[in-house]
Design a binder for this molecule. Structure first.
Ligand code: DON
Length: 564
């Protein structure tokens, strides 16, 4: 494996970075019994607030926020995409994960993105109709509303329908995202009509109106699941995809099912970590890393020493990600082993305090003898129901393809499969057979919606972020910050660094690491790469000493609210 990060990845992270302290949003208020919302867009935060005020619970608010983000942040998530919603019931304290991840179409196959020589064809799993998996978000919203909400979809989808029709104003982030995906968006006339202005990047303040999307949302509000997966919307989706060389069928849509999964639960010191289960790799990787880090007194360490140990934990968890993880309905994953304290102990023995382990040395290691642009929001209602949700269409504006008449921009989540064993995807992640394409299979994800609870008192954090392969390590930094008593502002502001096993490089946010620390890490045999910008868009709610606090990442344009 080359020690390089794909150029596209750099550009992508540069896009979701920059504009420090733009619209920076942190709020806090004391006393319990308050609600809080943090999302990546002010209109979505307000939609959640509106639904809470109408008597909805956090789950209704989550439906309204997800649907509104689908409208106002089309480059991040949408009805044509999927996601994971972690729902915690205040009364029972039970947490469940709603898996609305996309699935591979039934006529997909393992080598569909390879040419005759077996080389991966660049762009095929990223741009256009062939890159799209079968969407899960509509099914998830219907499921959440029906089973956990108090309000009908005819109420919770109202804010999204209204803003789709009335329109939202173009921001600088929107413009950067469009600019990045301009070529692909121009290939899809329906998408270009909605998201561009005269086939160009719209000017700041331009009004994006989406009447077709409003109609599709209304079909869901009226007919529920069938409003999207059957009938006119389904027919238009399939017709559009097939006309653009895609492989969807009506059967693909009719057979899509949302799954309820038990989240991954671990313990770090006196904190319970509740996070995403497979087909996300997030929860397992987080618990593995935290189990390793529990062996060290991180808070007393010099910065370089601490970074070294975090990086070594990241390296090992991402190695396992590449090796063992995929859709649990298709492969067997040694979950219990991977999240066990004894496994972490074995991993710690492979680490040294002073020197980096080259990733190539870890390659053949097996942990067990036997079998085994995206958005985040956090919501807590007054009763204490919680939602931590990360949603995605994958790359900015997904596949950039919109089937005419639907208003639905399709994902390019198929790129999260391993198109060929060992060949990195757009985030530089590698995988093997376990994450190979198969009909109806869910692609491995890094999305890591997480809830952290103090076992000894009522403190908690609801945390998550977009950011491709870097999601898991951002959430790790966030969890450590929370357990070390840092403020919401400090946690979302914190300069970030990342290691993902391959490439064997510590990726660091621009200008975020002092020269001395970098030199010390290099002396420990680490290779460092400073990125061209900053990355992530964390949406965080914390309750500490009965004080409710919420923050939206200064790298984005979001809004955090605490509601009395
Ligand atoms: O599921 C995943 O891991 C990716 N599709 C997430 C993509 C993402 O976070 C893009 N973000 N900025």
């Amino acid at each position: 494996m080359k020690n390089s990060i794909p150029k596209s990845l750099y550009l992508f992270y540069l896009l979701i970075s920059t504009f420090l302290l733009f619209n920076y949003s942190v709020v806090q208020a004391s006393s319990s019994g308050q609600a809080a919302i943090a999302t990546a867009h002010p209109i979505a935060t307000r939609a959640g607030e509106q639904i809470l005020k109408q008597g909805g619970n956090a789950f209704d608010a989550a439906v309204a926020i997800s649907a509104t983000l689908a409208v106002v942040e089309p480059f991040g998530s949408g009805l044509g995409g999927g996601g994971f919603w972690l729902l915690q019931d205040a009364k029972t304290k039970k947490t469940i994960m709603i898996d609305g991840r996309e699935t591979a179409p039934l006529s997909a196959n393992e080598t569909m993105y390879q040419d005759r020589q077996g080389n991966v064809i660049k762009g095929l799993s990223i741009n256009g109709a062939l890159a799209a998996g079968i969407p899960g978000e509509p099914a998830a919203l219907v499921h959440i509303a029906k089973k956990y909400g108090r309000l009908p979809l005819s109420k919770s989808l109202v804010p999204a329908i209204q803003v789709a029709r009335k329109g939202f104003r173009v921001t600088s982030l929107y413009r950067r995202m469009v600019n990045f995906r301009l070529k692909a968006l121009r290939q899809s006339p329906a998408a270009a009509k909605v998201f561009l202005y005269r086939n160009k990047v719209p000017y700041p303040g331009y009004l994006v109106q989406q009447p077709d999307l409003a109609k599709t949302l209304e079909a869901i509000a009226v007919h529920g699941h069938a409003g999207f997966y059957q009938g006119d919307v389904a027919k238009a989706l399939v017709k559009g995809v097939q006309a653009a060389n895609g492989i969807w069928s009506l059967k693909d849509l009719a057979s899509y099912q949302v799954k309820e999964r038990q989240p991954i639960v671990g313990q770090y010191k006196n904190y319970r970590i509740i996070s995403a289960a497979p087909p996300s790799s997030g929860g397992i990787a987080l618990v593995t890393m935290l189990n390793i880090l529990e062996h060290y007194d991180l808070e007393k360490m010099q910065p370089a020493q601490r970074i070294h140990l975090l990086v070594e934990a990241m390296r090992r968890a991402y190695r396992d990600r590449a090796e063992f993880l995929g859709d649990p309905d298709f492969i067997s994953i040694p979950v219990n082993e991977l999240v066990s304290k004894s496994y972490a102990k074995k991993l710690v023995k492979t680490m040294t305090v002073k020197t980096a382990t080259p990733s190539s040395d870890l390659k053949a290691a097996a942990p067990v003898p036997q079998g085994r642009h995206t958005t985040h929001f956090s919501v807590v209602d007054k009763e204490g129901n919680k939602v931590s949700a990360t949603l995605s269409v994958n790359y900015p504006f997904g596949s950039a393809f919109m089937p005419p008449g639907t208003g639905v921009l399709l994902n390019d989540e198929m790129d999260d499969f391993s198109s060929k064993p060992g060949t990195p995807n757009v985030y530089g992640l590698v995988g093997n057979k376990n994450n190979a394409i198969a009909p109806g299979k869910r692609m491995l994800s890094s999305m890591s919606p997480t809830i952290v609870e103090n076992i000894n008192n009522s403190d908690y954090a609801v945390i998550g972020t977009p950011g491709g392969s870097r999601i898991i390590t951002m959430v790790l930094h966030g969890i450590l910050g929370f357990t070390e008593g840092k403020s919401v502002a400090a946690i979302v502001n914190k300069p970030r660094y990342h290691h993902q096993y391959l490439p064997d490089i510590i990726q660091i946010e621009k200008g975020s690491m002092p020269y001395k620390v970098r030199k010390a890490l290099e002396l420990m045999q680490h290779t460092l790469k400073e990125l061209r910008g900053r990355y992530g868009n964390m949406q965080l709610i914390i309750n500490q000493n009965n004080k409710m606090m919420a923050a939206s990442d200064p790298r984005g344009e979001g809004l955090a609210l605490v509601i009395k």
